[in-house]
Design a protein around this ligand. Structure first.
Ligand code: ZN
Length: 91
C-alpha cells in the first residue's frame, strides 16, 4: 500500500465538535477533548473507512441497510448536536 492509499483509507480524523485530533481504535473513534465518539459497528453493520470519512467531513453517510432483530432499516448516519444518529430522510 502506498502512502497515498494509506491516507485515503486512514485519513486524519478531526473531531467535528471541538476540532481536536480523534483517537482511532478497533471498534470506535473518540475524542479525548469532548464526548464525541463514533462506534464503528452500528447494529449489525460495520462502517467502512469511507463511511466514517464521509461522516466526519460532510456530516452524513450513504444510506445503509441495518438489520434490527428481523426488521430492515434503511438510514444514513449523520452527526447531530455532536452525536451520531440515524437519518431516515424525513425532516
Ligand atoms: Zn471533540
Amino acid at each position: 500500500m502506498t502512502k497515498d492509499e494509506y491516507l485515503e483509507n486512514n485519513p486524519i480524523k478531526i473531531c467535528p465538535v471541538c476540532k481536536s485530533l480523534l483517537v482511532d481504535e478497533d471498534m470506535k473513534i473518540y475524542c479525548r477533548n469532548c464526548d464525541f465518539k463514533i462506534n464503528k459497528k452500528v447494529l449489525d453493520v460495520t462502517l467502512t473507512p469511507k463511511d466514517i470519512n464521509n461522516l466526519l467531513t460532510s456530516g452524513k453517510t450513504r444510506i445503509i441497510r441495518f438489520l434490527a432483530d428481523s426488521d430492515k432499516i434503511d438510514a444514513a448516519l449523520k452527526i447531530e448536536k455532536g452525536k451520531v444518529v440515524m437519518d431516515f430522510g424525513k425532516e
